[in-house]
Every structure is written in C-alpha cells, then in structure tokens.
Design a protein. Structure first.
Length: 127
C-alpha cells in the first residue's frame, strides 16, 4: 500500500499518535534516475516509528511501518500508550531494548519483551 491508497482513518490514527507522542518520522525511499540519493517526485514516503536510543546508545533509529500495520499499532498505543509502540517495534525487530532502558520499563511491559533476544548478545546482561 502506498500513501495514495491510505484510507482517511489510517492517516488520522497515525496523525493522532504523532501529535501525542512524536511517534513517527517519514523517510523517502526510491531510486533516482541518475542513481543519486535524495528526495524526488517518484519516492514513496515511508512511515517510521521513532526508536532513538532504544536498542543502542546515540543511535538515531526507526522501525519502518507499513501503512497496513497502523491500525494494530494504534490499538496498542490506545491500550498502553508509548509502551505499546515500544513493544510493537521490539517484536517486529525481534529484539528487546538495551539493558538500561529494559530495567526501567514497567514490569508488565518487561513481560511482553523479556523473551526476545538481547541487543549485542549477552554482553552487559549477565545471567
């Protein structure tokens, strides 16, 4: 699905989450005819869930979201707030947050991601 096919309800959900939590950024993906990088008319905007410093320090990061996934992400957000966004990104990436963030999560959020692989293996986690 591309931006031209997104229904108004899906777009409204994304805008509502972004207005409340600065949840998303957009990234343009596509090839320029001359092979150079940059924004251009044929590029499709991709929605990305902001995940800076979640999996590694000093890391500008985002998890690409398909427009079809917005209603499910919205439901998680309505039920759990920004914790729901974190859980969705962790499950999609198949990785729990880095330890300093993980240990500060609410126990019910930790339970949702605790069985996912740790970033960087076992370093810094102990047994």
């Amino acid at each position: 699905m591309n931006i031209r096919e997104v229904c108004a309800d899906t777009l409204r959900m994304a805008i509502e989450m972004n207005a409340a939590d600065d949840a998303f950024f957009t990234q343009y993906q596509g090839d320029l005819p001359d092979g150079k990088a940059g924004k251009h008319d044929s590029a499709e905007p991709k929605l990305c869930l902001l995940m800076n410093d979640v999996f590694a320090w000093a890391c500008a990061d985002g998890e690409t979201v398909e427009w079809e996934d917005v209603p499910a992400i919205y439901a998680l957000w309505k039920g759990q707030g920004s914790d729901g966004l974190l859980v969705w990104a962790c499950v999609k990436r198949n990785m729990r947050p880095q330890k300093p963030l993980f240990i500060k999560l609410k126990p019910e959020v930790q339970d949702q991601v605790k069985d996912l692989p740790r970033p960087g293996g076992d370093d810094g986690w102990g047994k």
